[in-house]
Design a protein around this ligand. Structure first.
Ligand SMILES: *Cc1c(COP(=O)(O)O)cnc(C)c1O
Length: 430
């Protein structure tokens, strides 16, 4: 359920006409619906009610400050994977003790920043990280609560590039080695191993891999407790899928029931890290048709958005439905179109053979379900400025990231010292 709907033949974000935003702000742009973000959070939170659970929004799915703040205001914590995301979460109003720091490679500086700010938990993914964190915490006389992320060797049955819980994936500690790792962690100063973390992948549309992973984690918790460890928390990650096309991901209540079944009797405080599920269907990418090129056998629709704005189709073979912003009349003939961007790569193809009504230069098309892993993955490839992000609430809209200007884009570079006309700016080591 989302709040991008046609009214009187025109696509709206909540009560705002998409064409109105396009005229005022130009295209392309991302557009997010506050009501949809809020609803998705509340549905998930309600499904978990009765459990000792907290939601830590996975910031990497959409790290705009206004999006993080929307969830923070609803009581969410944040799951971050870098110092930059940590700073975003704090800036958006998430308290330090509502932040979990995940990720397979954290620098000394990142670990120090997390310890000094007193965040809720660091999820450690290797023995060397355990040693590094222990050193950092000890040097600051801190005692850091940690989870060790285990790799349960479960195939999430999702796209290869977003599977994270198989033995050959880079994430976590092999679950078979976990007992030994907790034993060593317990002996290290500055760290307090209170939790077990697991995250097996993203866009899961089946509960079975979750069930298998959580069952293995529950067994591990029992073993660890038998060995004298005090495990009071569990971090069950994110990964619940969303419908992009005809997928039927499990409902939050079904997911919650499976959680109760697998880990409900452990008496642990549960952390959940949903990302895509909260933001994916709460955003669209709106683009304008530049040209329609009729080849011998194909209709190419060339948009002003490209793979640098939304890379999911290229990177993950992902599908995003295309919504004509002006709804096609009921008698319109839908014919296949190859929808492409202007970037000089054949990979800059959003979809082939997609049924579209007749479109002409200037028409607006919206990619559905673009709220997660869209804007955050944008680049300036082909020197295309980053596109704006816009948030809607009821009949209001607000620019929550301005379109990058060409001046800003060029100002990121500078000439080498020896290319400067001013000799004073030439540095010499001779
Ligand atoms: C990416 C990630 C998430 C969020 O995944 P979604 O599929 O967007 O829910 C949660 N936890 C960790 C550790 C992650 O890396």
């Amino acid at each position: 359920m989302n709040h991008f709907q046609y009214r009187n033949g025109a696509l709206h974000a909540e009560d705002v006409l998409i064409t109105q935003i396009a005229e005022a702000e130009g295209t392309p742009f991302y557009c997010y619906s506050t009501a949809t973000l809020t609803r998705h959070y509340q549905v998930f939170a309600e499904a978990l009610s009765g459990l000792d659970a907290k939601i830590f929004y996975a910031v990497k799915a959409n790290s705009n400050l206004a999006v993080i703040k929307t969830f923070a205001d609803l009581g969410a914590g944040a799951d971050v994977v870098s110092e930059g995301e940590l700073r975003r979460a704090l800036a958006a109003g998430v308290p330090a003790d509502g932040i979990i720091f995940s990720g397979v490679g954290k620098s000394q500086e990142e670990l120090a920043g997390a310890v000094e700010r007193g965040i809720h938990q660091i999820n450690v993914e290797s023995q060397p990280e355990l040693d590094a964190l222990s050193g950092v915490a000890k040097a600051r006389n801190a005692e850091m609560d940690i989870a060790i992320r285990v790799n349960p060797d479960v195939d999430a049955k999702t796209h290869d590039k977003i599977s994270t819980g198989r033995q050959e994936d880079k994430f976590g500690i092999d679950i078979a080695d976990a007992v030994e790792t907790y034993r060593r962690a317990a002996d290290l100063p500055g760290i307090n191993p209170v939790s077990v973390a697991v995250h097996i992948g993203s866009q899961l549309t089946d509960l079975d891999p979750f069930r298998m992973a959580f069952t293995r984690v529950a067994e591990l918790v029992r073993t660890l407790r038998d060995q004298g460890h005090t495990i009071t928390r569990l971090d069950l990650g994110g990964g619940l899928g969303i419908p992009y096309r005809d997928e039927e991901p499990p409902l939050p209540e079904e997911y919650a029931a499976m959680v109760r079944e697998t880990v409900g009797d452990l008496g642990c405080q549960l952390a959940f890290e949903p990302g895509r599920m909260l933001v994916g269907n709460a955003g669209v990418l709106v683009s304008r048709v530049l040209f329609v090129k009729l080849g011998n056998s194909r209709r190419f629709v060339v948009l002003d958005a490209a793979m640098n704005d939304l890379i999911r189709q290229t990177l993950y073979d992902a599908h995003h439905d295309l919504l004509p912003v002006a709804q096609a009349p009921s008698n319109a003939a839908f014919e296949p179109a190859d929808v492409v961007g202007p970037v000089c790569e054949t990979g800059d193809t959003f979809v082939r053979g997609y049924p579209l009504p007749p479109v002409i230069t200037g028409d607006l098309l919206a990619f559905a379900s673009a709220g997660a892993y869209g804007a955050v993955m944008a680049s300036t490839y082909n020197s295309r400025p980053l596109v704006p992000e816009i948030m809607v609430s009821g009949s209001d809209y607000s620019v929550i990231r301005a379109r990058q200007t060409y001046e800003e884009l060029l100002a990121l570079d500078s000439f080498a010292d020896w290319q400067q006309d001013d000799p004073l700016r030439r540095r010499s080591i001779g």
